[in-house]
Design a protein around this ligand. Structure first.
Ligand code: BG6
Length: 497
């Protein structure tokens, strides 16, 4: 049984206005792809609607699909109207916004395309466009290298007037070796300070709040260690399947898609030491230290500390859905995992002996991303004989949906006997602020326009993430293939072996 105690906000705060981005031309490679329609254009549209887009901001979408600028505007407009990320979509505001969108057909694998791109950007500048260029690589990992090389060969990487930056979408490589190779290509063309490797989880308000919760309050930090914490669970459950990304997902799988980046970032923010300052390098330095302290896995460890799963058909929200192997574009004998659970151990003074249980999967029972920090039971079980319900404290950081934080603790149940019950103190973004703030892509797009790299990952950070994940992938390749499918869509995932 549990009761709810609402932690009421001290005052209702209006949402702070967002800053204005620098003027720039955002050049999107992969503009006819899914991410542009679903996340980037809706995010940019929202930024324009709230008035924080520089008047001299434009998009030049690059894609292989032949279409005119008018068709590009129409297509992206239709998707933005449907996207759950577009706030208060209105035709008239879209008509204003779409004037900023342009499209250019181009084969990004063809080196001859890049001089044409340069000419197009020069023409735009002559006609009054910004001299600043923000390149956004939203393509499969395998073509990121050729794009960066092409941009460099055409001399678009450095400007004698205006700035140039590059945003790189995940996945950043497929393993440690390919990430290192890609980083070398990037290093040959761009200064590290101009490189923005995106992990959109870092743009989420609730994720940024982890550091404020930990280091802005003196209440929690003293217990945030192995003396008081029993174990930490980090879960990212989704009800969606692979959607229309079979080709990408088949070669990626849940471990690379979610654990190698988003979940390791959540783990690092939960486990890191306080940074000396809240600036890009100080924060990233501490995260890298966490990654370096994670115990690497041998094949035996991978067999013991990991679980892979793949969904079979089942029922989600009352509707029957196909199994992964029956999804369009998926190999009917695919061994790609759509679920991964890993028990990580952080070998440092603060966390020795505290397991971090990471879990993610597609087509699970409910969408839920959260971090649950389980404290140890009290040293003396004073009330246990009277109250079987007495439970250790749990701090839950709710990343999504229902963004907030809740703390479960025990209280005396009213009555003549001493009986305890678990109650909850809840902080909810919606309740306290009346809104959830900008969505992740808005924050990150705006930061990249303003030159703030705090919420982006650094070269050594990405490589450190792959150093943890690649041994697991390699161990899985050596271990007997699991018997897929091993969980039903709509369930909680595979049973523990
Ligand atoms: C992406 C993954 O990075 O994150 C997707 O490629 C996943 O497979 C998505 O669905 C989840 O993001 P969010 O913000 O919905 O939790």
């Amino acid at each position: 049984m549990s009761a709810i105690i609402e932690a009421s906000p001290l005052e209702k705060l209006p949402q702070e206005p967002l800053p204005t981005g620098d003027s720039c031309v955002l050049v999107i490679f992969g503009a006819s792809g899914d991410l542009t329609k679903r996340k980037l254009v809706p995010g940019l549209y929202n930024l324009a609607c709230v008035g924080c887009m520089n008047p001299q901001f434009e998009v030049l979408g690059i894609g292989r699909t032949p279409m005119s600028t008018e068709e590009f505007r129409k297509k992206t407009g239709e998707s933005a109207a449907k996207s759950k990320d577009s706030r208060d979509f209105s035709e008239s505001q879209w008509e204003d916004f779409e004037k900023r969108l342009h499209y250019m057909v181009g084969d990004i694998n063809d080196p001859n395309f890049y001089p044409e791109l340069r000419i197009r950007l020069e023409q735009m500048e002559k006609n009054g466009s910004s001299p600043n260029h923000l390149f956004y690589v939203s393509t499969p990992a395998s073509v990121a290298g050729p794009i960066i090389e092409g941009v460099g060969a055409a001399g678009l990487n450095r400007r004698d007037h205006g700035w140039t930056r590059i945003v790189l979408e995940k996945p950043f490589g497929q393993d440690l070796k390919s990430a290192q190779a890609l980083n070398e290509v990037v290093r040959g063309v761009f200064d590290e300070k101009a490189v923005y490797r995106i992990d959109h989880y870092l743009g989420k308000e609730t994720v940024q709040n982890i550091l404020v919760f930990r280091f802005g309050n003196s209440l929690f930090e003293p217990v945030w260690n192995r003396n008081y914490i029993d174990y930490v669970e980090i879960t990212a459950a989704e009800t969606v399947g692979v959607e229309n990304r079979a080709a990408f997902y088949e070669e990626t799988g849940a471990l690379r898609d979610m654990v190698a980046n988003h979940l390791l970032q959540l783990l690092a923010l939960t486990a890191m030491e306080p940074p000396v300052a809240f600036d890009a390098d100080s924060v990233r330095e501490q995260k890298v230290q966490v990654f370096r302290s994670i115990r690497p896995m041998s094949v035996e460890d991978a067999a013991r500390f990991t679980i892979r799963g793949q969904y079979g058909s089942g029922v989600i929200e009352g509707k029957r859905v196909p199994g992964y192997r029956q999804e369009p574009g998926v190999n009917p004998n695919s061994t790609t995992e759509t679920y991964a659970a890993v028990e990580f151990h952080i070998d440092n003074w603060r966390w020795a002996g505290v397991p971090f249980l990471i879990r993610t999967g597609k087509r699970l029972a409910q969408p839920l991303t959260q971090i649950r920090v389980h404290l140890k039971p009290t040293p003396q079980a004073l009330f246990a004989s009277k109250s079987p319900e007495v439970a250790p404290n749990v701090i839950t950081v709710k990343i999504q949906p229902d963004e907030g934080i809740s703390i479960a603790f025990d209280a005396k149940r009213p009555g003549t006997q001493v009986r305890t019950v678990t109650v909850q103190a809840d902080f909810s973004y919606q309740g306290s602020f009346g809104s959830r703030g900008p969505v992740a892509y808005e924050t990150l797009l705006l930061d990249s326009m303003r030159g703030d790299a705090t919420l982006f990952t650094r070269r050594d950070e990405v490589e450190a993430e792959w150093s943890i994940i690649t041994p697991i992938e390699e161990a899985w390749a050596q271990l007997p293939a699991p018997d897929f499918p091993n969980y039903t869509a709509g369930s909680e995932g595979p049973a523990s072996p």
